[in-house]
Each structure stands twice: as structure tokens, then as C-alpha cells.
Design a protein around this ligand. Structure first.
Ligand code: ZN
Length: 435
């Protein structure tokens, strides 16, 4: 155990992260119960109420709670305890060693996301020791099975134990990067996620022997024209609220949609890179399959098209746009799946907490909303309870480019000073949202 009463859980968060990394929770198979039990023992020692929920014994989720004094807003600190595979041969240190080297803790999950797990647990433990209680509940959810997502983690909790995880507000992974754009410092807060809505383009022809091309109707050749056309696809730019908020933070004003990209580029090239995929649905043909035999002209060519939609757009709407764009032809468009695409409003108590924290930690810096391409467990809470869910775990010592290179990769590590920054933020969020 670390020293109770240390300043807002400083070295305590590092110590807890080291112990979490040393438990191998690679998913599959997960074995998250070991992490859930470690966190339960740590939190119960601080007087925090804990419960384990497990669909199968070895894959437990932990829910801990500091009950509120009344019926004020509840805040859930959301995280997952599973990690992706680590190949020790690619690493300079043991991925499950949790070593502290030059102020950084090394190991699988340091960034994604046992660091935030530890910071969330330390937030509840330190507040409990101080005798703090909010107006509403402060909840800590350390869920299993986020990286694979086959029904042992938050999705299962929301369906089977909704009372345990229902919350008005939540903080999760997803952003928190500090970016310097044209002399301005922004901390990105993910308030929305794009929807992944891939399609299969099935192009029809007539098969025949490849030695006599004129008697066949080559589906691959017909598909090539359509693929080339998809490669040129763009939408007229539109500004979603997240991009408006981002541009307002960056430029002090919101330019018209048609000039947004140029205005962002004028401030910093990286700003343009950040908003370009958020100005409309994007379309990228990525896979192709036609004949299996060199000498057979294919009657069918299947093209997989990666399509990402803005929050609020639907696969049916995207299909109509694509059909109108490609025009009539001998093809079908089949939607393959629809995942993500949820958003929470920018503004309100949790937004104010993010903004005030950033301003206090780094005078002159501001928080800016962003819509991210991937999706996190936040969408389960948004869909089930209408939770205002943000992805925000601030990082200052580690720049976002390095972090992006280390996540799900070799030599993942986190500076202790960022763990402490994140812990300060979570304490601030609890104390202001649940005040
Ligand atoms: Zn993660």
C-alpha cells in the first residue's frame, strides 16, 4: 500500500499502475478478474463501496461508488482493464514488468488504458479518505472486454445491471491530447465519434474464358470505373457542432463551411488535418475480389468500401448518396455494419469542468471539442441512458504523436507526471460536476 494522505494521490497512482500492469489481462482471453480484485482491495481499504459483476468468473467488471448526499448529478469514471497482445521480442523492456524508468512507467496498458484506470481509482480513494461526498454519486467502472467486445464488459453491464452503471455524466478514454496550433494551446476533448458504416459494392457481369474476352462481360473491368469514381468522392463541407467548437477555440470565430479548411490550414497544417475528415462522410475503397482463376473472366467483383459517417448520419442515407453519385449500373450496394456514431452536447457542467481545469493547469490554454474516428465504450452509456460522455484524460509531458505511436504497439509507457495530471483532472471533475 502507498501512503494515505499523500498529496492528492501523487506517487500512489504510479504505484497502482505498476501493480495493474504486472497482471496480464491480454484480451483474449482477458482474465480481468485479477485486476478487478486488485482494484476492489485497494478501494475497500479506503472505505469505498465496491461490487464485482461477472458473466463468467474470470472476466469480472468492478463498479465502485461514493454515494451522493442527495439527488445531484452522477458522474461515472469509465475505463477498461483488458489490454491488447504484447510481443516481448519487440519490446525493450518486459511489457508486464511495470518498470519505472526516468519518470515513465513502462508496460502494456500504460496508455490504453490502465493509467486512467489507476487515476480513476486513486480519485475515489483519495476523495473517500478526505471524507468527501458529492451531491450525486461518483462511480468508478473498470470494465472487462473493451478491446475485443464480445459481451463481457460494459455492453453486458448496461443490459444486465443498468442500475450499477447508469450515470448523468461520464469521463472515458478517447482524447486529452495537448496540441499547439499556430501559437495556441488546445487540449482536445472527444465529445462525439464517427460511425463506421462499410459497404460492399457488388458489380455484376458475365463470366467467360479469358482467351475470348469479347463474349464475356468482365465484372472486374466494370468495377474499375466505379472504384476510380469512389476514389474521387467528396462531400460539400458541412460544419458539425464539434468542428464549430474546435474552430471557435482555435480561431476565435467560426468561418463559413466552405472556407473552414483553408482557415484551419492558415492557423496550422495540423488543424486542417484534424478537421478534414470531419467535414462530411468519407469513402475509401479498400478491398477487391473478382476471379479466383487467371483464365476465367469474373461474373462478379466485390469491392469493400470503408465509409465513415458523421454523428447523426445513417447507413441508409449514405447508400442513397453513393447511388446518386455512382449513377445507374449493374451493381448492388450492401451495408456491412454500423458501429459508433454517437455524440454528447458540448456545454454543461462536465464541459465547464474540462475547460476550467485546462485554464487552471495551463493559463492561456483552452479545451476544444473533437469528433474522433474510432469509438470507445462511451457509446453504450450514451445510447442506454443519454449520458453526457466525454473522452478526456489530459496529457502534457507526452506529445500526442508519440502517444499515437505507442498505443497498441511496442514500448508503451506513460510519464508519471501525466498520470498525476490526469488524477488532478478526475478529482476536479468529481468535485465540480457532483459538487
Ligand atoms: Zn482503450
Amino acid at each position: 500500500m502507498s501512503v494515505p494522505g499523500a498529496v492528492a494521490g501523487t506517487s500512489e497512482v504510479a504505484d497502482l499502475l505498476q501493480r495493474l500492469i504486472r497482471l496480464d489481462t491480454t484480451n483474449p482471453p482477458g482474465n480481468e478478474t485479477a485486476a478487478a480484485e486488485l482494484l476492489r482491495d485497494y478501494l475497500e481499504a479506503a472505505g469505498v463501496e465496491c461490487a464485482l459483476y461477472a458473466r463468467v468468473p474470470e472476466r469480472a467488471n468492478l463498479v465502485a461508488r461514493i454515494r451522493g448526499r442527495g439527488d445531484g448529478p452522477s458522474l461515472a469514471l469509465l475505463s477498461h482493464t483488458d489490454v491488447v497482445l504484447a510481443d516481448p521480442h519487440e519490446w525493450e523492456r518486459d511489457p508486464f514488468g511495470g518498470e519505472l524508468v526516468d519518470g515513465e512507467i513502462w508496460g502494456r496498458g500504460a496508455l490504453d488504458m490502465k493509467g486512467e484506470v489507476a487515476a480513476s481509482a486513486v480519485t475515489l480513494a483519495t476523495l473517500a479518505r478526505e471524507g468527501w461526498r458529492g451531491s450525486g454519486d461518483l462511480i468508478f467502472v473498470a470494465s472487462a472486454d473493451e478491446e475485443v467486445g464480445v459481451g463481457f464488459g460494459l455492453q453486458w453491464l448496461v443490459e444486465e445491471h443498468p442500475g450499477a452503471v447508469r450515470a448523468d455524466f461520464s469521463v472515458n478514454e478517447g482524447a486529452g491530447d495537448r496540441v499547439e496550433l499556430g501559437g495556441k494551446v488546445l487540449y482536445l476533448c472527444s465529445t462525439a465519434e464517427k460511425m463506421s458504416s462499410p459497404f460492399c459494392l457488388r458489380v455484376h457481369g458475365r463470366s467467360g474464358h479469358a482467351s475470348m474476352p469479347s463474349i464475356a462481360d468482365n465484372a472486374l473491368v466494370k468495377a474499375a470505373t466505379l472504384v476510380a469514381r469512389l476514389g474521387d468522392f467528396t462531400m460539400p463541407p458541412q460544419l458539425i457542432p464539434e468542428v464549430e467548437g474546435f474552430l471557435a477555440a482555435l480561431l476565435g470565430e467560426v468561418p463559413p463551411a466552405g472556407g473552414a479548411l483553408a482557415a484551419a490550414r492558415g492557423a496550422a497544417p495540423l488543424a486542417a488535418e484534424l478537421i478534414e475528415p470531419l467535414l462530411g462522410m468519407t469513402v475509401s475503397p479498400t478491398k477487391a475480389h473478382a476471379s479466383d482463376k487467371r483464365n476465367v473472366i469474373p461474373a462478379l467483383c466485390e469491392i469493400t468500401v470503408d465509409v465513415r459517417l458523421l454523428p447523426g448520419e445513417t447507413p441508409a442515407g449514405a447508400e442513397a448518396v453513393l447511388r446518386a453519385y455512382l449513377g445507374p449500373g449493374d451493381y448492388e450496394l450492401v451495408n456491412l455494419e454500423a458501429q459508433g456514431g454517437t455524440r454528447s452536447a458540448v456545454g454543461g457542467p462536465l464541459w465547464d469542468a474540462v475547460q476550467s481545469f485546462v485554464g487552471e493547469e495551463e493559463p492561456g490554454a483552452v479545451a476544444a471539442p473533437i469528433c474522433v474516428a474510432g469509438f470507445t465504450d462511451s457509446h453504450w452509456l450514451r445510447e442506454a441512458f443519454g449520458t453526457v460522455a466525454y473522452g478526456f484524460f489530459p496529457a502534457r509531458a507526452l506529445d500526442s504523436e508519440t502517444a499515437a505511436r505507442l498505443i497498441h504497439s511496442a514500448n508503451e509507457r506513460v510519464p508519471v507526471s501525466d498520470l498525476e495530471l490526469g488524477t488532478r483532472f478526475l478529482r476536479h471533475a468529481a468535485q465540480t460536476v457532483c459538487a
